[in-house]
Ligand binder design. Sequence first.
Ligand code: GTP
Ligand code: MG
Length: 796
Amino acid sequence: MDLSKAPYCEQDPQQNSQLVRALNDGTKKAKGDIKVKKTTFKIPGSPDGISVDSWRFQDWDYKKPNLPTYARGLFTTRNRRNDHEIAVRGYDKFFNVGEVFDTKWENIKRKTRGPYELTLKENGCIIFISGLEDETLLVCSKHSTGDRSDVEVSHASAGEKWVNKQLATIGKTREDFARELRRRNITAVAELCDDDFEEHILAYGPDKAGLYLHGINVNIPEFMTYPSHLVQQFADEWGFRKVDLESFDDIETVKDFLEKVAESGAHGGRDVEGFVVRCGISSDAEQTQYNDWFFKYKFEEPYLMYRQWRECTKSLISGKPPRFKKHTKITEEYLLYARKRLAQDPKMSKLYSQNHGIIALRDDFLAYKNMKGSEAANFENIFGNDTSSVSGDVVLVPIATIGCGKTTVGVALSHLFGWGIVQNDNIQGKGRPARLVQAVMSLLVDHPVVIADRNNSERREREQIIKDVLIQHKNARLVGLNFTHGDIDEVRRVTRERVLKRGDNHQTIQAASDENKVIGIMENFISRFQPCDPDSGPDVGFDLVIDLDPAQGSRVNVEKVVTELRKKYPLLIPTMPSAEDLDAAVKGAIEDYTPSIKHQIPDRTSKREQKRSEIQHSQDPKKKKPLEYMSISVPAKEVNVTLESAFKGADPLVQRFYKQLQQTRRIQSLFHVTLMHRVTAQQHPELWQRYTALAAESQVDGKVGECEVILERVVFDDRIMAIVVRLLDPDEKWTCVNKVAHITVGTRDNGVKPKESNDLLARWLDIGSGGDTGISERIFEGKPTLKGTVRGVLSR
Ligand code: GTP
Ligand code: MG
């Protein structure tokens, strides 16, 4: 056994604590910065009661330089000496060929060295296994461990069962395995493939199910991983299944091999998803030093067609019209076949919806057609499809809210291809919807593609544009640019940040002039947003829907639009623009764009509220005004919900003042915790200096950081109401100079100033509530924690 020659490196507590600090910082950062999500898990059965923290970046951040680590899947813990320790270390995030700079073939050729080890990209879910200090065996999925309340069997616990099973067959205990992993300071990385648990696209019957060990990483921040032959030895020793391995010495052979397999999408007699290639990459120009490095090569087809078939079959079963935009002809045939088979065998549908029998049905169809998967995927290319001859009359219709990048994407496309763009914001006066369509139609005369730049966030707006275009031109094709709103908080964050940064550089949304009004308008659009559903309602009128992620940035989105359009209508975009062209077009659209007109639109919030929020928040970033106070603003909606449920069902006497504030519209429209006000600068000169400096540096919206706020209770008399809060501020960055940190909810009338909350709370500390104190309080159930934004508010 040559495992003694395996790579080894001890953990360095100092380096680890640096790492954890950097990650922790990432959990608090905002705007443009790398954001980190931390989740803590208590490990059941750990004699020491150990808990681990999972750290997760957002997918796209792994493409950025200078991350504290690139480990995808990372858990840390504290050991008995209270040092930080890496408990689980995943692979460095790796990318598809062509996806990032390093994975362009020319760079792979230039910077990497063999041996190149190719493993099949196994197709299940990843499982990490390592040993904790107290000999507990830790089994995790990428970002989680243990049971979860929201699923029947979590990935981690399914993995756990397989580990137990395989250890039993080799007569070893979990402690044995934990000790071995710990001795080596490694994480075993395996793929859980088990059709009984969860069927993915590729088949893993009972004889093939289990944990496929594909890597072993040393638990340090840098990426150090075992060579494949040692992974395989280790797999044998500990009862894992092994992944197929091909090894090549030079990159040309690798490329040839991959391209050949890609033609068929199959290898070793079965369809595969792709390969992971392991090699070394030079970290310096002289190429003296190499680090372990992976990239992947994913096959597009027939894998993607299979996935489409699976989804369509599930739609059939649930009685929904199947949705598919690619491989139309062969998919229609497949569905005819599937429909018959499902009708013949009543049990099949139920099993299929539980992810059983997917592959069998597919294979039966291919056998019936006497085709291979690759041939079926190529069917359209041979027999043609109905969109391959489209060379014009295409209208791009965004489905979005404010600040998603509609104009940026549109302007970039028009730079690239000379396409037309109609901006709804440039149309003024009456009958705008019809006039928008009119403008689109006239541009269509001499442009193959026209972008109808409007939000179309509601279904009725989509219905209007689709109908009006098709009435005038029945052969026109409408394509939805669907800025998806799945992670609404993220969309809100990104778009607000952009719009507030854009300032007044817009026809109607002039954020620098009136920030609150703009946020109100944005919220309005978000609340009216009706997601695109290409299977029903007006959205079936789209010939193609391209899903975009507003948070991804316009560069990514433009490329996606171009690629998808080109796939569907090859004649529209005969050659794919180069990455440089795309870069330049988006850069131009972001940097050089100024609207041709500006106008005012009425705001939907009431005049009184506007005025009030102006007083509270108005600030013009251009004129540097002095800092008035430093505050943490918190989402109004959640505060209102919390208050509402605290008073619900309470004694009418207790409710009275709250109801009064509501009915007289004396509840603040925006809520904040004041950290420090200008008037106390002399008492805390250093702190005031720090806050002033921070506020001066703020780029957007006065924002200087984030801090979570726990709402504890609401305290009130018959003049004023305030929420007592606690700041979740582990690094003690945000000092609050008030005796009791609080949010003023509202005051009886203008004669009572919000700062009197301090007096109320001082009395409350002193004499408490109830009885004849004149003070009441309600404690919040569950003590909600809100995300807060720390910002400096400037004087008017
Ligand atoms: P409305 O017209 O207000 O509905 O917004 P929109 O959807 O047309 O968004 P727009 O293209 O104007 O983008 C909003 C702001 O974000 C503009 O100032 C853009 O320059 C900027 N922006 C767009 N895309 C990106 C991006 O990828 N990165 C960054 N940093 N800014 C972007
Ligand atoms: Mg716009």
